[in-house]
Each structure stands twice: as C-alpha cells, then as structure tokens.
Design a protein around this ligand. Structure first.
Ligand SMILES: [Mg+2]
Length: 253
C-alpha cells in the first residue's frame, strides 16, 4: 500500500508535465506532494481496517482534504453531492486506491471481495470493477511469491487484458487516459517488467500520461514483488500528515 503512495508522490510533478524517460533525478523531486490517489488509498484502508462504510469513508477523507486539486471531475462532483450512490465510473481511480484490499486479505477470494466492496460504491461500471480486481489480484499474487511471468498470464486469462506490449513499446504513443482500460494494463506492465521497486516507478513515469495514477497502480504491485527500500518509505512518510501515517502503520500491523 505504501508503494501506491510512493508512486503518487513521485508522479505528482509529472502528471501535467510528462517526462518520457527513466533517468529523471532525484526520484523524489523537492516539490512533489501527495494527491487524490493517496487520499483515496488511505480512505480505503481506513474503511477496511475499521469496518466503516467505504462510501462514507471516501467522502470523509475526500472532503477533509478537498483542497487537493487532483480530483477527477466526476469524483469531485460525487464528493460534494448529498447522494452516496455509485455513478457507473470506469475511471482509473478504482485501481489507484484499491491496494489495501490486497494487503489486508488472507486469500485471493477475500482480496477480490474487499476489492468489490470498496469499488462498487462509485466505480460500478464493468471496466471499473475489472481494473480494481486485476490490480488487487496482481498485488495479492505477488505477495504470495508468484513470479511476474505467472502473474501476467493470470491477468491476461482472467481479465482479458492484452499485456503483450513492453514498456518501450508503450512509451512512444501513450497519452493521458483517465480510464481503467487505458491505464491499468500499462501500469501493471510497468511493475511486471521491473527489476526493483524503483525501476517500476521509473517505468511508470517514463510512459507519460496520468503519471501519479499510473505509478500509484504500478507501485503496490512492485512493492509486493520486490519490497521497498527503507529510504523510500521514510521519504513517503515525511510527506504525509500524521493521521495518514497512523493509518499506514495500522495497516502493516
Ligand atoms: Mg492524482
């Protein structure tokens, strides 16, 4: 889960100013910051850890940090609306916030059940649900020690994503896309092709597009595959308010 937040923070400065290469430096630019991807991930963790209704929890955290400017337009409207119902979204927000489902589950079935619980409250379109489930499954299987090649095969056969393009093949033509179907396959490839956590984040930034969200989806898969260096975890925590680091600590306990 902290891998999602690391990806969001690193990517925050590239979302509107893509950098299509892996050699950016430093990894955490001085002006990087957490965005909606982090706020929603923390809200999902809080809901699952403390048995809170997911829609209410997303609204509570979202409204408390509403001044963050990264919201998708439909989600922003939903946050402000008195209506708590889902709005058939296929947005990539379903996948960027879902990682706690995989970290808190003790079986793949339970991980997918958690994914459904926290996703259907807003992203109840088939592509939204699929994006969340595929991301959750990738993280869960990596946590169980499955290798990248097996995870790729599982994702292709179970969810029908075409994961045949490499990062180098995706990069030249990839552009901003806010859908699950136009973000999740590419983000998963960035993690599955990586050689380390940092390499996965560099892959994610290098393809461009919705950089913070691509990296927030690739990040937790890479975290589960490779683990995360202490210095990256410390850097992430130093950027977060205390009530967010407390939720993180609770999740890893
Ligand atoms: Mg964002």
């Amino acid at each position: 889960m902290i891998g999602a937040i690391a990806g969001d923070i690193v990517g925050s400065v590239y979302e509107w100013s893509n950098y299509k290469a892996k050699d950016f430096s430093p990894l955490f630019r001085a002006d990087c910051f957490y965005t909606d991807d982090t706020i929603c991930t923390i809200a999902v963790a809080d809901a699952l850890l403390n048995q809170k209704p997911p829609a209410q929890c997303l609204k509570d955290w979202g409204l408390r940090y509403f001044e963050n400017n990264g919201w998708g337009s439909s989600f922003r409207r939903w946050l402000k609306s008195p209506d708590d119902g889902p709005y058939n979204s296929w947005g990539n927000g379903a996948a960027m916030r879902v990682s706690p489902a995989a970290w808190l589950a003790t079986s793949l079935e339970q991980a997918l059940e958690f994914s459904r619980m926290v996703t259907e409250v807003t992203h109840n379109h088939a592509e939204g649900l699929k994006g969340a489930d595929a991301t959750t499954a990738a993280i869960y299987l990596a946590r169980q020690g499955k290798v990248a090649a097996d995870i790729r095969t599982y994702l292709q056969t179970t969810f029908g994503y075409d994961l045949s393009a490499t990062v180098d093949q995706i990069r030249p033509t990839y552009v901003f896309n806010e859908s699950c179907q136009g973000t999740v396959p590419q983000a998963l490839t960035c993690a599955l092709e990586a050689t380390s956590f940092e390499d996965a984040i560099r892959n994610a930034i290098s393809i461009g597009g919705d950089s913070d969200t691509v990296a927030a989806i690739a990040g937790p898969v890479a975290e589960a595959l490779f683990g995360m260096p202490d210095w990256i975890q410390s850097e992430v925590k130093s950027k977060l308010p205390g009530e967010m680091t407390r939720v993180l600590a609770e999740l890893y306990r």
